[in-house]
Ligand binder design. Structure first.
Ligand code: NAD
Length: 486
């Protein structure tokens, strides 16, 4: 095997378990590169115990002291960018350039957490004569973060740096499809001087997620993954009276108007739907073509022709997922949709392993409104086009999607852009942006079936989610003119 077997990381050590093991396959080759344990509630119990043991000392440090660990960690990640990217590339399949960009985003997320001492200073106000009110952000205790496969490094960095900078201890559950990168994260935090027990990693699938949802000593859970599982986890965790925020799937609509900048629109949309082989929740999924935008569609097809599987397009995470994507395209074709670019037929680059789970980028057009586009997420390099006569019709189509992660307008008219961003039913919107991810300190989070629970996961939203506010009201002397509020 290319890599040693994955182990759980508990109380600062990688530990053996007698659990069942699952193969980890590289989508680049189809070869087994490691194994991952499918842990049980016993492993969760051990991790939670280690985390609670570490909590008093860790939460007792000043936030400046905690952020010193994160500064050191940031430098270690920066120094090892290439090797982390190579690991991501091998276990996930995304291109080296995409993997490096992912690590750079993790660095940005860590930098935000480094600034937590500045942004969590709390508030203080004299509320009446001699009486002062003050708020402090207080950590919750031991919390958990459950991750998907598509960003093995970045999604854990949506949560871990903020969680620990705020004084909590954490149980991370990485995706069993990409468990190796998380081990690297643990090693690097250890090297940065993070005390044992503050970060613990348990590996596994459904069983371990259920154990996390049921553990009475885990105070809050974040989840990122498909809508189906996001709903299961949200229901189970909140039924156990936990604070919970679950981010789900997406089908992001881009409303494209005839006046949109031709070159920029085609290049941005192509990059958005093919990046990470379409396996990202912010990927462009659907163009709502408003009026005649045939010139833009033509240019988009030309751009898409430059995307070659194995060269600048990574594989799909598993054979099953690739087959689902092929089935989706087959089905659309059978129902009468036009396949403008057919990824089932794209040649694969000569230099890559032909056993990799590749599929080319695909564009499906539904010119006849009687042929309905399915509403569910594809999660592959597939872009669909539906048509609207005007802006209102286009917004209605977007609003009908059950999801609500992202939506963008492509136009040169400010009035149209402003109306679209206000009326689409999505949490993250853009103007002439293919991937409208809000960067730190802004918060990440969608709407509708793309998110369950209040607030957002990253940026300032993350600070609220991983803390509780302590309100302290103080008076030192009896006042002359007091009322019932003094
Ligand atoms: P997934 O839902 O299959 O798995 C996510 C996590 O849940 C994994 O850790 C997995 O082990 C666990 N899990 C799987 N089935 C479970 C079950 N029945 N009960 C309990 N836990 C279970 O998602 P995935 O395939 O790893 O990731 C892709 C999905 O994630 C896509 O739908 C994508 O849109 C979504 N995603 C969303 C965001 C966002 O911010 N909204 C970000 C990244 C990915």
């Amino acid at each position: 095997m290319k890599y040693t077997e994955v182990k759980n990381f508990i109380n600062g050590k990688f530990i053996d378990t007698n659990n069942r093991k699952m193969d980890v396959c590289s989508p680049l080759t189809g070869q087994v590169i490691s194994t991952v344990p499918l842990s049980t509630s016993n492993d969760v119990n051990m991790a939670v115990e280690a985390a609670w043991n570490a909590f008093p000392n860790w939460s007792g440090l000043t936030s400046k002291k905690r952020s010193e660990v994160l500064y050191r960690y940031r430098s270690i990640v920066e120094k090892n960018k290439e090797s982390i990217a190579s690991l991501i590339h091998n276990e996930h399949g995304k291109t080296m350039n995409e993997a490096k960009a992912e690590v750079e985003k993790s660095i940005e997320l860590t930098e935000f957490a480094c600034s937590i001492p500045q942004i969590t200073a709390g508030e203080i106000l004299k509320v009446s004569d001699g009486v002062v009110c003050q708020t402090n952000y207080v950590p919750l205790g031991v919390v958990a973060s459950i991750c998907p496969f598509n960003f093995p490094h970045m999604v854990p960095h949506w949560t871990i740096p903020n969680i620990i900078a705020l004084g909590n201890c954490v149980i991370l559950k990485s995706s069993e499809q990409v468990p190796l990168t998380a081990c690297k994260i643990a090693e690097m935090f250890k090297e940065a001087g993070l005390p044992d027990g503050v970060l613990n990693i348990v590996n596994g699938d459904k069983e371990i997620v259920e154990a996390i949802c049921d553990h009475p000593e885990i105070k809050a859970i974040s989840f990122v993954g498909s809508t189906e599982v996001a709903q299961i986890v949200y229901r189970r965790a909140t039924n156990n009276l936990k604070r919970c925020l679950t981010l789900g799937g997406a089908k992001n609509h881009l409303l494209v108007f005839p006046d949109a900048n031709l070159e920029m629109t085609a290049a941005d949309i192509c990059a958005s739907f093919t990046g990470t082989a379409g396996q990202r929740c912010m990927a462009a999924s659907v163009m709502v073509a408003v009026g005649d935008v045939s010139h833009i569609i033509k240019k988009l097809c030309e751009e898409t022709g430059k995307v070659i599987p194995g060269l600048n397009l990574g594989p799909i995470i598993s054979i099953e997922s690739r087959q689902n994507i092929i089935n989706y395209i087959d089905e659309a074709e059978k129902r009468g949709a036009k396949i403008l670019v057919d990824g089932r037929k794209t040649r694969i680059d000569d230099n890559c392993d032909k056993n990799g789970y590749y599929i080319g980028p695909t564009i499906i057009d539904y010119p006849d409104p009687k042929i309905k586009m399915p509403q569910h997420e594809v999660f592959g390099p597939v872009f669909e086009i539906v048509h609207a006569n005007d802006m209102n019709e286009a917004i209605k189509l977007e609003n009908e999607s059950p999801y609500g992660n992202a939506a963008s307008a492509f136009t040169q008219k400010g009035g149209i852009a402003s109306e679209v961003t206000q009326r689409v039913s999505a949490g993250m919107t853009g103007v002439n942006i293919g991937v409208p991810v809000p960067r730190e300190p802004f918060s990440f989070g969608g709407w509708n079936d793309s998110k369950f629970g209040a607030g957002d996961l990253t940026g300032k939203g993350g600070i609220e989610f991983w803390t509780q506010l302590k309100k302290i009201t103080t008076k030192w002397e009896k006042q002359e003119k007091t009322n019932w509020m003094s």
